[in-house]
Design a protein around this ligand. Structure first.
Ligand SMILES: *Cc1c(COP(=O)(O)O)cnc(C)c1O
Length: 417
């Protein structure tokens, strides 16, 4: 056996799948596409049910291919445990619900993925739960929204589509001052760009549908937890049995036991496999995504028909300084928004594109454009859209890994007509 070394992230993404000894040395785990697993004896199955072994039982409860993805994501985020789930939204919903009871509150940065916004502000409301939204760039708004009922603070590493970058280290200190954990949706950054647990966050969430899978081939999500948060008995009395059972991994146990297995938010093993396949090229893809995004942002900035560009990599972004501090030299993500004259001009632009796809997704290797005002946010009232900076003149671009000149040429051509 080779001596264990602390390899760089770029090496780990390529070599992380180690053979388990049951798979003939396969470099990727087998796809265990089956619902249930046989056991040698009644005693063995009973021991597994009581938690004495972690042999697979039934795929809704756990599956070896999914476990391989969970191990992989735990390693990449520097966490202590993870659960793969059916989608990013499943991971968000289960994690938040494991933390919330009727009457509870939480504080979230205002810049939220559209379905997360709906879940927080309207679905949770039905259960008597209050989401207090605050401007994420400055921890004073978040601090002011915290009270005795607050159970956690929630942020996105790069807000979509506001493109704002909150200071995770700073906000985690604020949350911890009040004895509450910080949850970060790290989908847009990926652990290549940012590892929130190292910056003080306690929980990381991913939609693996995006950059981790990388090819638009699968839908999936995951929650990854650290082990440093202490569940205070006064604020979190309902965590007691989980702390007794799993100690510092109480939250992952609570998410799994109370919500994930009972809501049936299992990820398909085939999707877990496809995500594991995508992860092997994560570093390479992210480098290209980020290099292309800054080129496209600068190209748009210099174009006479483009009214404004919002990208944390540009110096005029209110998030630029925090992004530089938090992300170092690696990049600024690959999602950006820009403004044209009006909605009609945006529609003409999208219809003129020949290479860039008109598609409601992001983080795919292909460049994609969408007009958020008339699509994801079409059923939102005007005041909410304004509040979320969703304007009729806005195009959102998810910059892919094509040759950057071809991306810019397609944009130039679509702006001409
Ligand atoms: C896509 C996305 C989600 C939801 O993920 P699904 O896999 O589509 O359920 C959550 N957060 C962010 C930031 C996303 O981009």
């Amino acid at each position: 056996m080779a001596k264990k070394k602390n390899y760089a992230f770029d090496t780990i993404v390529v070599h992380g799948n180690k053979s388990t000894g049951h798979d003939h040395g396969a470099t990727l785990p087998p796809i265990f596409q089956n619902a249930a697993f046989t056991h040698k004896s009644a005693e063995s199955l009973s021991r597994t049910f009581s938690g004495a072994t972690d042999e697979p039982i039934y795929t809704r409860l756990g599956n070896p291919t999914n476990h391989a993805l969970e191990k992989r994501l735990t390693e990449l985020e520097g966490g202590k445990g993870a659960i793969a789930m059916a989608s990013g939204m499943a991971a968000i919903a289960n994690t938040c619900m494991a933390l919330l009871r009727t009457g509870d509150e939480f504080v979230a940065g205002r810049s939220l993925f559209m379905s997360t916004y709906v879940l927080f502000t309207s679905v949770f409301k039905k259960y008597g739960i209050t989401a207090r939204l605050a401007a994420p760039l400055d921890s004073s708004g978040i601090k002011a929204a915290i009270n005795d009922r607050t159970r956690f603070v929630y942020l996105e590493t790069i807000g979509n589509p506001a493109m704002d970058v909150p200071d995770i280290r700073h906000i985690s200190k604020t949350a911890h001052d009040y004895g509450i954990p910080l949850i970060v949706d790290n989908t847009l950054a990926t652990p290549f760009l940012c590892r929130p647990l190292e910056l003080g966050a306690d929980v990381v969430i991913h939609s693996t549908t995006k950059y981790l899978g990388g090819h638009g081939a699968s839908v999936g999500g995951a929650v990854i937890v650290g082990d440093s948060f202490e569940w205070d008995k006064k604020r979190f009395p309902d965590f007691e049995p989980f702390v007794q059972r799993k100690g510092s991994l109480a939250l992952i146990d609570k998410i799994w036991r109370e919500h994930h297995i009972n809501f049936g938010t299992t990820q398909s093993p085939m999707d877990a496999y496809l995500t594991l396949l995508g992860i092997n090229t994560l570093s390479l893809r992210m480098e290209r995504h980020f290099a292309n995004a800054i080129k496209v942002a600068n190209f748009l900035k210099g174009h006479p028909k483009v009214k404004w560009v919002n990208y944390p990599g540009l110096e005029n972004s209110p998030s630029h300084a925090t992004a530089v501090k938090q992300f170092g030299k690696k990049g600024f993500g690959a999602l950006l928004t820009f403004g044209l004259a009006d909605q009609d001009t945006c529609f003409r632009f999208i219809d003129n594109l020949k290479l860039i796809l008109n598609i409601a997704n992001l983080g795919d290797c292909r460049t994609m454009a969408i007009h958020p005002y008339s699509t994801q946010y079409v059923s939102f009232d005007e005041a909410t859209r304004r509040n979320l900076s969703i304007t009729p003149d806005m195009i959102r671009l998810s910059v892919g890994i094509e040759n950057p000149s071809d991306i810019c040429d397609d944009i130039a051509h679509a702006l001409e007509e």
